[in-house]
Design a protein. Structure first.
Length: 291
């Protein structure tokens, strides 16, 4: 059993504080200034890392899909949208420099092999495999050639599919995230009890990638043992974009990190003791001579 995985010098897993990932994804809407604001908000909230998404658009999508009509700020086809949302080397160099300035880790989920090769120039501390890519064996194997830790998200996947992905990836330096891939997810479909089941089944650190509205269920995920917490971050849930409504605004992200840290403190070590602060109360309230 692999109890912990190292990400940029920070151990993630059993006995460690939760590792917080603010998923920027495509919530920057193709604007570098917005991306910087999201990075700054994540850093100010106490998150450990921010995550982006990287695609080679004409590899991930067919010509027919790119030509499909779709209205967006970038044009009237799906292709215009996909190209408009994609950052290139200049933007990621700026993001790399900015994250270093703020002292926050960054990495990406790559949707094709070329995107993994592109990201390698930045020497990321790990890679995230999106739920949509869990059954892409070639992409999973290509990620493993980098030798970097892997975070595997498991939304819209059954146990047979996850078993196969873990067989392809192996369990070394692997973190699995329980997830439900609806945006936003309904509480009755979060199935947080799966967190413990995945940890027992695969013997690796298990975290939680949430897409629900609100924070209470994310706190519950930590109580149930999630070692990594990933939530989408946005400047404003009313902004244009498909992921914004299922995201957390900066103040919410701050509250989430703060409240999880309180929960971690409150969980304690599992040993029942009488605290020094309780002794005067015990002496005052217990009946003399009572056994």
């Amino acid at each position: 059993m692999t109890d912990t995985v190292d990400i940029a010098g920070r151990r993630v897993g059993s006995g460690e504080p939760a590792y917080f990932v603010a998923e920027i994804g495509i919530n920057h809407n193709g604007d570098l200034g917005t991306a910087r604001k999201l990075v700054a908000a994540a850093a100010a909230s106490g998150c450990d890392a921010v995550k982006f998404q990287k695609r080679t658009v004409d590899v991930v999508y067919s010509a027919e899909e790119l030509a499909r009509p779709r209205e967006s700020p970038f044009g009237d086809t799906n292709g215009a949208l996909k190209y408009g949302l994609e950052f290139g080397v200049d933007e990621y160099r700026a993001i790399d420099e900015y994250c270093r300035t703020l002292g926050i880790v960054w990495f990406a989920s790559c949707w094709d092999e070329g995107s993994v090769d592109f990201m390698e120039q930045f020497e990321p501390p790990c890679y995230k495999i999106a739920s949509a890519s869990l059954t892409d064996d070639a992409l999973l194997r290509h990620h493993r050639t980098t030798g970097r830790p892997i975070i595997l998200s498991t939304g819209m996947s059954d146990l047979d599919e996850i078993d196969h992905a873990v067989e392809v990836l192996g369990t070394d330096d692997l973190i699995i995230l329980h997830a439900t891939s609806t945006y936003p997810s309904q509480p009755e479909e979060l199935n947080l009890s799966v967190i413990g089941a995945l940890r027992e089944r695969y013997g690796v650190p298990v975290g939680y990638s949430g897409h629900e509205v609100g924070l209470a269920t994310t706190l519950a995920a930590r109580v149930l043992g999630a070692c990594m917490i990933e939530r989408h971050i946005t400047l404003d849930r009313a902004m244009w974009g498909t992921d914004q409504a299922a995201s957390v605004e900066p103040l919410g992200m701050q509250r989430m990190v703060r409240d999880v840290r309180v929960v971690e403190t409150a969980l304690g070590d599992g040993q029942k003791v009488v605290y020094e602060s309780e002794i005067p109360i015990r002496e005052k309230l217990r009946r003399v001579g009572a056994k």
